[in-house]
Each structure stands twice: as structure tokens, then as C-alpha cells.
Design a protein around this ligand. Structure first.
Ligand code: FAD
Length: 400
């Protein structure tokens, strides 16, 4: 039986390993962390990502996780609410799910398949080549260095992928002008089901509730200015935000005497490899195409990559395909996922800087009368225009 090595147990790697193992493929999943909660991870699932988990047969365990459905997204300019967009009518509505719990759920499901093995605390350092073909990985484990050999390696090791660097694959980078500082404030603001975005004065701030009893804040800053925020500390951060938000949020933030916990910088990167595969190796998820944070797409696309990869590689591995067929399956995975990744990355570029700016055009486009006009006359067009952020671009179904 041909076996697979999956590197990285984020959404892409955990789901892919689970689906391959369910098909009867022996899979070893290597994860550098010993505990999924050791890194702050995104937690907003869009309908497209929820649908991928449903396709994977994980509807029930997903519903059993701590989760929170967002009912309304409000957009504010300072004190003024520009628009409130109800989102609970979407089927399914966006859902906030702590990623560590989701990953533990997926690997627990995978563990029901006899061929699945998860090894934590294993950091992959390099690729093993045999006759110009990837045949495994060199890793550091808690017990020391070790080699893992497999018939096919799938790199799901995220935006700082070591495997991407080792494979030296060419990439197209889309320059980003901003970074995001994330922080958490204990307690729930508003009804605990409303997300807000504050725009204007060159700022963009997003705040949404988490099922773990805190509010998550993301503040878009100019690239490279995190050092200034670190210097002013959590208190200074709140003082700097205050002029850009409404008084109810200002009061909520002021009531928390400790300030946002663990301000964390997301160095925004958006690019895609031109080739996701070399003989014996495929990269998916952020390792192949790190996403901009606009419209919370990364987890969702990673899950969708995993379903497509499981369909095509799973079949080839079970059928004991020869090397050429395995590599052909890998190329087809990129071909199937490419249109969605390109479309969504392109859509993400029209965003934060424009809506946050105080330019006359931005003020006109993002104003209450213009939004009311757009809803009345352009509702259908806008829904179609933004639908890829909700439902993706291509049809992703799990093959039997
Ligand atoms: C602060 C923040 C907030 C975000 N918010 C959202 C959101 O709300 N919604 C959304 O859709 N997306 C969000 N994202 C993006 C999203 O988290 C990623 O796009 C998504 O997790 C990508 O999944 P992945 O499986 O490809 O990679 P990752 O989730 O990055 O997983 C990679 C895994 O590989 C492991 N790993 C890395 N290197 C090695 C190695 N050498 N050896 C072994 N293991 C390794 C890592 O520990 C990790 O577990 C956010 C990201 C950040 C950082």
C-alpha cells in the first residue's frame, strides 16, 4: 500500500490526513507543536469552509464544538453607523470556532482510521530526494533527528513553509501595504453576536465576539509600524484607537484595565506559488498561497484545498498508481484549485486601504445613502460580486 506524509496539522494538513486515512491510505501527519493552542490561529469560518467540513462528513462533530454565529456585521465611521448587514440569513452563516478545538476534533476523527498516525513535536527541516524525486523529509523530533520516508509528501506547513523554501519554487508576490495587530479583550460587547468594522482616518478596526468569552480585535496598521505600537504598550494602544471608534466601544475597552491581551502582529503576506508541485511533493493551503486577511479566507481555502487533494491523491494512492500518475494527480489538484485562489486573492486587493481612507471617493462609496442606493438597485449585482468570499468560486465536493 502506498503511504503519504503530511507536514503540518493546520486546517489543510489535518483535514487532508483525516480524509486520506479514511480512504485507507496509511498517513503520517507531522506537527511541530505539541499543543494546537500554542499559536494564535484564525477562527472565522465562512460558508465555503463550513461546506467543506460538511463534505468531509464532519457536520456533527463541528456542530458539537464551542461556536458562535455572527448575526450582524455593522460598519461604523467614528460615532456613526453607516450600515448594518444581517448575515444570519446566509446558509450557513459565518461561524466563529476556536481553531485549536477544530483541529483536535479533526485529528480525533482521523484517529478512528487504522492507517492514521499523528506525531507532535516534529519539526520538518528538509526534503529527502531519491533519483530527483522527493521521497520523504528530514525532521527534528523530541528524541532527536529522524527521517520519515513516504511515497508522496504533502506540505501543509503554512505561510512560513520550510518545505516551500527547500523546494525553491517560484512565486508571484502581491505587495501588501498593511499589517494587522490582533488582541483579545475579555467579556462580550453588544449582544455577543455582532461584528463591527470601524473605517476612516486611514484606520480599519475589526472587532468580533469569540465563543471563548472575549472580543477579538484586529487593527490594520501601516506595514512596519508595529514597533511603534509595542513601544506605547497596551494602554497606549487603547488610547490610540479611541478617536477612531464609537463611544460605546471606547467605554467597553476602557473598562478593561489590563488592555488587549498578547498584542500579536500578523505580518500580512499574500502570494502564490506558480507551481505547487515537484515530483513526489505537493504544497497546499497557506504553504502554496498565503492569503491576505481580507474577508477571513485562509482557513476556508485551506479546507477546500484538502478536500480536492484527498479526492485526487487519495484515488491515486489507493490504486497504487505509478510515480507519473501520482505527479499527474498533484498537478491536477493545483489546476482545480487555481481559479478560486487567483480570483479570491485578486478580490482581496481592493480593500482595507481604500475603505479606511478619508478620500472623497471612499467617503462617497462607503456612505449610508450610497449603501442604501446600492442595496436597492445593485443588490443582486453586489451579492454576486462578493459571493466568492462566502461560497468560493468552484464546486468542491467529496468524491466517494
Ligand atoms: C492572527 C490570524 C488570524 C486569522 N484569522 C483568520 C480567520 O478569521 N479566518 C480565516 O479563514 N483565516 C484566518 N487566518 C488565516 C488562517 O489561519 C490560515 O490561512 C490557515 O490557518 C491556513 O491553514 P494551513 O493549514 O494552510 O496552515 P496553518 O494553519 O498555518 O498550519 C500550518 C501547520 O504547520 C505546522 N508547521 C509549520 N512548520 C512546520 C514544520 N517545519 N514542521 C512541522 N510542522 C510545521 C504549524 O505548527 C501549523 O500547525 C488568520 C491567520 C492569523 C495568523
Amino acid at each position: 500500500m502506498l503511504n503519504a506524509i503530511v507536514v503540518g496539522a493546520g486546517p489543510a494538513g489535518a483535514l487532508l490526513a483525516c480524509l486520506l486515512a479514511r480512504r485507507g491510505v496509511p498517513v503520517t501527519l507531522l506537527e511541530r507543536q505539541t499543543d494546537f493552542s500554542r499559536e494564535f490561529r484564525g477562527e472565522v469560518l465562512m460558508p465555503s469552509g463550513i461546506a467543506a467540513l460538511h463534505e468531509a462528513g464532519l457536520r456533527q462533530p463541528l456542530d458539537a464544538l464551542p461556536n458562535l454565529t455572527i448575526r450582524t456585521v455593522e460598519i461604523f465611521r467614528g460615532e456613526r453607523r453607516v450600515v448594518a448587514i444581517p448575515v444570519d440569513g446566509l446558509d450557513p452563516p459565518p461561524r466563529v470556532v476556536p481553531q485549536p478545538a477544530m483541529l483536535e476534533m479533526i485529528v480525533a476523527e482521523a484517529a478512528n482510521s487504522p492507517g492514521f498516525k499523528l506525531e507532535r513535536g516534529v519539526t520538518v527541516r528538509d526534503l529527502i530526494y531519491e533519483k530527483d524525486r522527493v521521497a520523504g523529509v528530514h525532521a527534528d523530533t523530541l528524541e532527536g533527528p529522524r527521517d520519515y520516508r513516504g511515497d508522496f509528501v504533502i506540505a501543509c506547513d503554512g505561510r512560513a513553509s520550510a518545505i516551500r523554501k527547500r523546494a525553491a519554487l517560484p512565486q508571484d508576490r502581491i505587495m501588501q501595504a498593511f499589517d494587522v495587530v490582533w488582541g483579545r479583550v475579555p467579556g462580550h460587547f453588544l449582544d455577543g453576536r455582532t461584528a463591527r468594522a470601524y473605517i476612516g482616518n486611514g484606520h480599519l478596526l475589526i472587532i468580533y465576539p469569540s465563543p471563548e468569552g472575549h472580543m477579538q480585535i484586529g487593527w490594520v496598521i501601516d506595514k512596519g509600524t508595529f514597533g511603534d505600537i509595542k513601544k506605547i504598550g497596551a494602554d497606549g494602544w487603547i488610547r490610540a484607537l479611541a478617536p477612531h471608534v464609537s463611544s460605546d466601544l471606547r467605554n467597553f475597552l476602557a473598562a478593561d484595565k489590563t488592555g488587549p491581551a498578547h498584542p500579536f502582529l500578523l505580518d500580512v503576506v499574500c502570494d502564490r506559488l506558480r507551481e505547487w508541485t515537484v515530483p513526489g511533493l505537493l504544497l497546499i493551503g497557506d504553504a502554496a498561497h498565503p492569503m491576505s486577511p481580507v474577508a477571513a479566507q485562509g482557513i476556508n481555502l485551506a479546507l477546500r484545498d484538502a478536500v480536492v487533494a484527498a479526492n485526487r491523491l487519495g484515488r491515486a494512492l489507493i490504486l497504487h498508481a505509478d510515480e507519473a500518475m501520482l505527479d499527474f494527480a498533484a498537478r491536477n489538484i493545483q489546476a482545480e484549485r487555481w481559479p478560486e485562489i487567483v480570483k479570491i486573492q485578486d478580490m482581496q486587493q481592493v480593500g482595507p486601504r481604500f475603505v479606511a481612507s478619508n478620500s472623497i471617493l471612499s467617503r462617497i462609496v462607503v456612505s449610508a445613502p450610497m449603501i442604501a442606493f446600492a442595496k436597492l438597485f445593485l443588490g443582486g449585482f453586489l451579492a454576486r460580486r462578493f459571493d466568492p468570499f462566502l461560497n468560493g468560486v468552484t464546486r468542491v465536493v467529496m468524491e466517494q
